[in-house]
Ligand binder design. Structure first.
Ligand SMILES: Nc1ncnc2c1ncn2[C@@H]1O[C@H](COP(=O)(O)OP(=O)(O)O)[C@@H](O)[C@H]1O
Ligand SMILES: [Mg+2]
Length: 330
């Protein structure tokens, strides 16, 4: 097995709001390995972005967020570091790419400048070296004519090109971990595939661990080896993509799979949607969090929260029914 480069242990994230303290992430633990593409899926509102932003401690800890648990990286718990020390981690060792490149890039600086800036903050290199590296990065992420593009502003580029620039900024310092949070959601379908190909190519080239966050299980199926399924601030299933597609253990995972459009589906055939919506944080059910939407829920499911249990060397699930089935098989 490859080297473990990031360990999230029992992560909890609470938000202080006008309506009281709301727990957005509850006991999330997982590892990221060098060189792997790890998919994190779940519908909108399941806590994917809060998990990734908490890893980098991006929320204001005085007014908004309270973290618990640990994020272990290079022998340290990131929650023990000072803000100054965190700044050395962000962008250099652990980088992030967001959905919306236009609002993440600075409109008043050229794209070349923004890549240079990331390099000059973290590396002791000359301006000329930074410029050369920035142009190299623009070429690497597939931007044609990088010498000329270096001097352009974000608004002069298409959505796809801007996302490539974001990736160049994120990778300029060769990070160990790249967190890509819905990196293609805002793009046209054809461009989405190109950007996903680029992320996979960069994953190989830089040998980093990539956390690919998406609401689209189909994207994970094409790009990742391992996947974590999140529901309402918890992990409900984790395993190898092949195993999970062959035999999903959690009804929520099955629901997500059923909502992927199939090539051979008949015209007009409706996709199965999971009924209902993800509850708000002030309406978290007491038992299994998915029970109110689950077609198999029993009294036990409504009363008692299931634990996340290892059902094979590579698969974990949080579901009373799946546990009962596994027990029968063994
Ligand atoms: N700054 C915030 N303050 C309060 N609640 C928040 C904040 N950010 C996110 N949440 C809540 O946390 C939950 C998880 O959100 P998020 O991680 O953004 O979901 P997603 O899986 O779509 O990325 C949601 O219920 C969302 O409303
Ligand atoms: Mg999100």
């Amino acid at each position: 097995m490859a080297e473990k480069i990031l360990e999230v242990v029992n992560l909890g994230t609470r938000f202080k709001t006008e309506r009281g303290v709301l727990k957005a992430i509850d006991g999330v633990s997982f590892d990221v390995y060098r060189g792997e593409m790890l998919g994190i899926v779940g519908e909108s509102g399941c806590g994917k972005s809060v998990t990734s932003q908490s890893i980098l401690r991006l929320y204001d800890e005085k007014r908004l967020a309270v973290y618990s648990g640990e994020v272990r990286f290079e022998g340290k718990n990131l929650f023990d570091l000072s803000e100054k020390e965190m700044q050395d981690i962000r962008g250099e060792k652990i980088s992030m790419v967001f959905q919306d490149a236009l609002s993440s890039l600075n409109p008043v600086f050229t794209v070349g400048n923004q890549i240079m800036e990331s390099l000059m903050i973290h590396r002791k290199i000359s301006k000329q070296e930074a410029k050369n590296r920035a142009i190299e990065m623009l070429g690497l992420v597939g931007i044609p004519d990088p010498q000329r593009r270096f001097y352009q502003y974000p608004f002069e580029l298409s959505g796809g090109m801007r996302q490539r620039v974001m990736i160049a900024v994120a990778l300029a310092c060769s990070p160990k971990v790249l967190i890509a949070d819905e990196p293609t959601t805002a793009l046209d379908v054809t461009i989405q595939a190109q950007i996903m190909d680029l992320i996979v190519e960069m994953n190989h080239k830089f040998d980093m661990g990539v956390m690919l966050i998406t609401h689209d299980l189909a994207v994970v199926a094409e790009t990742c080896k391992r996947v974590i399924v999140m529901y309402l601030g918890q992990i409900v299933e984790e395993g190898l993509v092949n195993d999970i597609f062959d035999h999903p253990a959690h009804p929520y995972t099955t629901g997500l799979m059923d909502s992927i459009p199939k090539l051979d589906s008949k015209k007009g055939e409706r996709l199965h949607q999971i009924k209902g919506t993800v509850p708000l944080l002030n309406q978290i059910p007491t038992g299994c969090r998915f029970a109110p939407r689950c077609p198999y829920a029993t009294d036990k499911c409504h009363e008692k929260m299931p634990e996340l249990v290892q059902i094979s060397p590579t698969q974990k699930v949080r579901c009373h029914r799946a546990m009962a089935h596994t027990a029968e098989e063994f």
